[in-house]
Design a protein around this ligand. Structure first.
Ligand SMILES: Nc1ncnc2c1ncn2[C@@H]1O[C@H](COP(=O)(O)OP(=O)(O)OP(=O)(O)O)[C@@H](O)[C@H]1O
Ligand SMILES: [Mg+2]
Length: 372
């Protein structure tokens, strides 16, 4: 798939932009603080209806404005579609082909992107929440129904936590807690299933890519780590038995939960383990190994999206290409060359092996304007 045209109004530092986008590699070149990342962010917002760097949509709206607009013309295998998102302080409106969508999950996934930014190193070395977000973003854009379950799960979780904090843990409270438990387990098990499947599918892809980057010197393994039970159980057992187990775990931790006022089991406590040669990459990996593992995961994501939906997503590379050594840069370029529409931000062309980037278009970014 590819983005043919991008239009912005009052998005971050772009007052007004209308850009016809190159089909291959687009290099966004400019000094710091000109709007390079903002442009990638706009494309990300078009794909996922949310930013990759803030959960507060207000930050996306230009400081002196009330609303922002992001619009894109997308070309896919089976035809084109126009996506539009309007952001205001009160919320967002999403349109597909000019028609307003009642649910954001009907908007998400019409455009697919894989973004690789410096903060993605945190997938390896950061706290579990970063790895959960990684799973959620990826699954969400290929299985929009997942976002619905995620939203419902968090709504129930919040209400349940509020209940744990305020209720008297006596008899009457138990009955009400059971109602929350059932709902939590219902949505939670659906999420766990999707996550387990996602990790199972990305594992061989990431492993193969990692072997390529390290010339088979290292093996990378990715494992789903549910908050209770094992990945094998999540894969093998039927829904009702997983739900039952989930509820049992909740019952067992009830006293502790009332004491602490939080829910202690569920997918909000899941994690993903990344192992290099069998050892935890978070604890033992060097900076370079962690970077390579993150890169392998991102490239695996690219392949996985293609497997799931039959075409490559867009690849957004924020300040990462020039950070990689020549061998890794070559591997990365090899992965997307001539197959994937790619956006690369950089402050200088010096670190880039432009010879490899055939037919790249260089766009100069200056103070929220783009010159080609
Ligand atoms: N809501 C907003 N309204 C107006 N301007 C904004 C808003 N949010 C951010 N900016 C401005 O956008 C500028 C450019 O940000 P961006 O992150 O895109 O820079 P960049 O070109 O990627 O720079 P770097 O090379 O440092 O990463 C920032 O300096 C900031 O002042
Ligand atoms: Mg930037």
């Amino acid at each position: 798939m590819r983005l043919k045209r991008l239009e912005l109004r009052a998005f971050r530092n772009y007052a007004e932009l209308a850009l016809d986008v190159g089909a291959g590699v687009n290099i966004l070149l400019g000094p710091n603080a000109q709007g390079k990342t903002n442009l990638l962010e706009a494309i990300h917002v078009l794909a996922l209806a949310r930013s990759h760097r803030t959960s507060n949509d207000r930050e996306l709206i230009a400081w002196d404005q009330e609303s922002a607009r992001v619009k894109g013309e997308v070309e896919r295998r089976h035809g084109g579609v126009t996506l539009e998102l309007e952001l205001t302080a009160r919320g967002k409106k999403a349109r597909v082909g000019g028609v307003e969508q009642r649910r954001l999950s009907d908007f998400v996934g019409r455009l697919n992107v894989v973004l690789f930014a410096p903060e993605d190193l945190d997938i390896v070395k950061g706290p579990p929440v970063v790895r959960r977000r990684f799973m959620d973003m990826e699954i969400g854009q290929t299985h929009p129904g997942y976002l619905h379950d995620l939203l419902q799960f968090h709504r129930v979780l919040e209400q349940r936590n509020r209940f744990l904090k305020t209720a008297d843990p006596g008899r009457s409270a138990s009955g009400e807690l059971d109602v929350w438990n059932e709902q939590l387990a219902l949505y939670g098990v659906r999420m766990m299933r999707r996550r387990e499947r996602f990790i199972r599918k990305i594992r061989p892809l990431a492993g193969e890519i990692h072997a390529g980057v390290t010339r088979s010197a290292e093996t990378l393994t990715v494992e789903y780590k549910p908050s209770f039970g094992t990945a094998e159980q999540v894969a093998g057992e039927d829904d009702s038995s997983l739900i039952e187990q989930f509820m049992l775990m909740l019952t067992q931790s009830k006293e502790q939960e009332f004491r602490r006022g939080v829910t202690l089991v569920g997918p909000h406590r899941d994690d993903v383990r990344l192992l290099i040669d069998g050892r935890d990459a978070q604890s033992y990996g060097s900076q370079g190994q962690q970077r390579t593992a993150a890169l392998s995961l991102k490239l695996a994501e690219l392949e996985l999206v293609r497997e799931e939906i039959g075409e490559y997503p867009l690849l957004l590379l924020d300040d990462v290409l020039s950070e990689l050594d020549p061998a890794r840069q070559a591997q990365l370029v090899e992965a997307f060359r001539s197959r994937v529409q790619t956006f690369i931000t950089t402050t200088s062309l010096d670190g880039l092996d432009l010879g490899r980037l055939e037919d790249a278009v260089v766009c100069q970014v200056r103070q929220g304007r783009i010159f080609t």
